[in-house]
Write a protein that binds this ligand. Structure first.
Ligand code: HEM
Length: 125
């Protein structure tokens, strides 16, 4: 498949769909998303990445850290979950996208995953 830039709302929407297609059927991550209403969830994730990659701050003004703190009390999240999440994220970008925003998305995802895991670890102790 030809790759394209990840620098428009349409590309971000397609990226998020492709990422979640992998996440949903993944042995480690799928069960965590089993009770999540993806119809509600996917628009938030698209808005989040529009904010991160396009600077559109209007669409996403939620506290994603608090959401994962709450999630962590329902499903204990461990290092292997973060590794897998990031591996699927990077694979999805690399399969379909190229260019500056694609590289930026991978960098941000990696940094945020490390920070989020560290925050949840603090909570675990
Ligand atoms: C182990 C890794 C991760 C897992 C298993 C995971 C799982 C989830 C789940 C199940 C939700 C839905 C929570 C709910 O609605 O109750 C969620 C929300 C979300 N996740 Fe993650 N996540 C992970 C890492 C990340 C990372 C690294 C990012 C960003 C780079 C991220 C971004 C988001 C965002 C923006 C939301 C929406 C929160 C909201 O406003 O409702 N996630 N995540």
């Amino acid at each position: 498949m030809d790759s394209r830039e990840l620098n428009s709302p349409e590309a971000i929407a397609d990226f998020v769909d492709a990422f979640y297609a992998k996440v949903r059927v993944d042995a480690a991550l799928g069960p965590i998303f089993k009770d999540v209403d993806l119809q509600q969830h996917i628009p938030k994730i698209r808005a989040y990445w529009r904010k991160m990659l396009l600077g559109d701050h209007e669409g996403y003004r939620r506290n994603m850290i608090a959401q994962h703190m709450a999630l962590h009390t329902r499903h204990s999240l461990h290092h292997h979950h973060f590794q897998r999440w990031l591996a699927l994220f990077v694979a999805t970008v690399d399969e379909q996208f190229r260019g500056h925003a694609a590289i930026q998305a991978k960098r941000l995802a990696s940094t945020i995953a490390v920070n989020l895991e560290a925050l949840l670890d603090v909570r675990r102790k």
